[in-house]
Design a binder for this molecule. Structure first.
Ligand code: SAM
Length: 359
């Protein structure tokens, strides 16, 4: 097993079988050594800097019905809300004052925010704050929409692939959704020139070493600028309400593997990780993560953007969040910086590759 970790540490390619072997035998791996390696790798490129992203959850309407997600369209217990352009700009004004230099606009798949409205919001933010990066996370849209938003000034796009294993994808989503479309969106985003983020939930129902090996092999080939992974946490109003949550240890393990696989990747220690363990985000940073995404949404809507149960920080003011996190990072000798924090990952000649999913 140590040989496979050594291979990774030398930035060598692992085959699908090798990934599966490594993941199957995860409990026999010396975690201390692994985490020392992944932390050192992150430090080589990003030092002890932690980048902040101000997360604005601007709509919890969603046309999709993912079995795991608390804001799925069939959850009639959700109080739905939409933020206006002015309300979103207000969040950015406050965020800029607090030191944020990246704004992440995230929502369910809500087509009331059409091509022009998102373009207008993006270009307005850019006109106020040309020194800031804008990340969009709005789900699957046409290539033309992605292009229009890029042309308006959007820099990055987060679209977790959720799982790179065809039959697993079918178990997490209703039949109108497809992995092929998700992959096509990711390829479109990269072709357009976005910094692209992929990702998956650790411990999602029906996940196995085989599906996870596909995730790792996909991530290695796609070479994304960002990877968002966090534990799956059940939500009481979803079909997966009784499923087991992903574990802290497994999430830390995959964070470290991703850092070794793409050394220059931007890797958040997610709110979900902070939800399953009081020091989850600190531990994530210590194994190689380098991004935190505190909430910048207005306080009165935060409790309505619940993807999973017991989400932390839903009652805090934006300023409280940033102060709390700065202190937490200082406690473990890391420093939150007021920078855009662009990815150092280059976009290689990946476009000729084929991402057809066969499993
Ligand atoms: N609609 C956009 C999309 O599909 O990418 C962005 C919003 S979506 C709710 C953001 C992410 O939340 C998903 O990609 C999923 O991985 C994560 N998520 C949803 N439900 C979750 C749960 N129960 N536990 C942990 N993460 C969850």
């Amino acid at each position: 097993m140590a040989t496979l970790i050594n291979k990774l540490a030398q930035f060598k390619h692992l085959t699908l079988d090798e990934w599966e072997e490594l993941i199957t035998q995860k409990d026999s791996i010396n975690r201390e050594e692994l985490y020392e390696l992944s932390e050192k790798t992150r430090r080589r490129y990003y030092g002890n800097k932690i980048f902040l992203r101000g997360l604005i959850e601007f709509s919890n309407f969603c046309k999709n019905n993912c079995y795991y997600c608390g804001i799925r369209r069939s959850n009639y217990n959700v109080k739905r809300y939409r933020l206006s352009k002015d309300e979103i700009l207000e969040c950015c004004h406050l965020g800029y004052k607090l030191g944020y230099r990246t704004f992440v606009l995230q929502s369910g798949e809500d087509f009331v925010y059409n091509t022009d409205l998102i373009s207008d919001i993006v270009s307005s933010i850019k006109s106020f704050y040309p020194d800031c990066a804008i990340t969009l996370s709005l789900g699957e849209r046409d290539k033309e929409d992605y292009q229009a938003w890029f042309d308006s000034g959007a820099d990055r796009y987060l679209l977790r692939h959720e799982t790179a294993y065809f039959s697993h994808y079918k178990k997490l989503h209703p039949k109108e959704m497809s992995l092929e479309n998700r992959m096509q969106c990711l390829v479109n985003l990269k072709k357009i020139g976005y910094q692209v983020g992929v990702g998956f939930m650790v411990g999602s129902p029906y996940q196995s070493p085989k599906t996870l090996a596909s995730d790792m092999a996909f991530i290695e080939r796609f070479n994304p600028h960002m990877v968002g992974i966090g534990p799956f946490i059940p939500h009481k109003d979803t079909p997966f309400r009784d499923k087991t949550a992903g574990s802290l240890n497994d999430t830390l393990f995959f964070l470290s593997l991703i850092r070794l696989t793409i050394p220059k990747v931007l890797l958040p220690a997610t709110t979900a990780l902070g939800t399953i363990h009081p020091l989850g985000r600190e531990l994530g940073i210590k194994v190689g993560a380098n991004v935190l995404m505190p909430n910048l949404s207005p306080k009165d809507v935060r409790k309505d953007y619940l993807l999973y149960d017991n989400k932390i920080c839903t009652g805090d003011e934006a300023a409280e969040c940033i102060n709390c996190l700065s202190q937490r990072m200082k406690n473990i000798n890391y420093e939150i910086v007021s920078e855009r924090g662009d990815s150092l990952v280059n976009t290689p000649n990946y476009l000729s590759q084929n991402f057809n999913v066969k499993s």
